[in-house]
Design a protein around this ligand. Structure first.
Ligand SMILES: Nc1nc2c(ncn2[C@@H]2O[C@H](COP(=O)(O)OP(=O)(O)OP(=O)(O)O)[C@@H](O)[C@H]2O)c(=O)[nH]1
Ligand SMILES: [Mg+2]
Length: 276
């Protein structure tokens, strides 16, 4: 068995930063976590990738090709399709080491995860190679600080969950950048009660919300009743926050269960993990 986090989310939400943060944090506790760069247009990241899609195909290859003539978005999809057609290459690059723990740093084009089939196909392939995968969906917390935005971020998370059909964790990134007021606002949405969110939106008194108040409420109910979407705040300047996220995900993909079943069972009963 091998373990993987598929790190996805909108452009600039903090995916690559998350990957390097986790690698550093893991290294500090003598644990090895590798990163695979799946972004064919990546220019900068702070980790040494185990595999880099740009060695197979770069976005420029797709855009500058006389025949293909892709724009940046179509080009990106083309690159991932090329990767899928060259599965042997990826398989060889990944090697076959038991217990490997790999983060896949994905491109920031949201439609790859919400409705296109390419990422889903990649996931199927990884599972055939014995990876146990958790999708890690990153959302910039700065875009979640009022009721309407929070709901919209929640719907995005939901469509990724439905499309990829995998164990799934949502992370609110860049918590270090929030003001205290904004932080409190977000905290009130996370815990304990999504009704606050609805009340908040009702109080906003925009025309749209007046008209669609029932819709908002219905969506809120569905999300609440099925415990569908939960967000974990991440502050990369706080080691404890990083550790909590990593532990949560390890539990979901059952990493290290054989080694320290006892510690996990007795110290960390986490009912949230039942929603896989
Ligand atoms: N302060 C702070 N800045 C962050 C954090 N995460 C990301 N950033 C900054 O946000 C910008 C985008 O971060 P990236 O990690 O490149 O985001 P990404 O999701 O990989 O972006 P794309 O690959 O382009 O989709 C960079 O300038 C980062 O330094 C964070 O937790 N705190
Ligand atoms: Mg990136």
């Amino acid at each position: 068995m091998r373990y993987a986090q598929l790190v996805v989310g909108p452009a600039g939400s903090g995916k690559s930063t998350y990957c390097s943060t986790i690698v550093k944090h893991a290294n500090d506790s003598k644990r090895i976590v590798e990163v695979v760069n799946l972004d064919p247009a990546a220019e900068h990241f702070d980790y040494e990738p185990l595999v880099d899609i740009r060695e197979l195909i770069h976005l420029d290859d797709a855009m500058e090709d006389e025949e293909l003539q892709f724009g940046p978005n179509g080009g990106l999809v083309f690159c991932i399709e090329t990767l899928l057609e060259n599965c042997d290459w990826l398989e060889e690059q990944l090697g076959d080491v038991d217990d490997d723990y790999i983060l896949f740093d994905c491109p920031g084009q949201i439609e790859l995860y919400t409705h296109l089939p390419v990422m889903r196909k990649l996931v199927d392939q990884l599972q055939r190679w014995n990876f146990r995968i958790c999708v890690v969906f990153m959302v910039d917390s700065q875009f979640m600080i009022d009721g309407a935005k929070f709901l919209s971020g929640t719907m995005a998370a939901l469509s990724v969950m439905v499309n990829l059909e995998l164990p799934h964790v949502n992370i609110l990134t860049k918590m270090d950048l929030l003001t205290k007021t904004a932080r409190n606002q977000i905290d009130s949405y996370l815990d304990p009660d999504p009704h606050i969110l609805l009340t908040d939106m009702r109080n906003a008194k925009s025309k749209w919300h007046e008209k669609y108040a029932k819709l908002t409420e219905a969506i809120g109910q569905v999300i609440e009743n099925f415990s569908l979407v939960r967000f974990y705040p991440l502050n990369i300047k706080d080691e404890e926050s990083i550790e909590n996220i990593l532990l949560t995900i390890d539990n979901i993909i059952q990493y290290g269960e054989d080694a320290d079943v006892k510690i996990r069972d007795f110290d960390e009963p986490d009912p949230e993990n039942d929603d896989e």
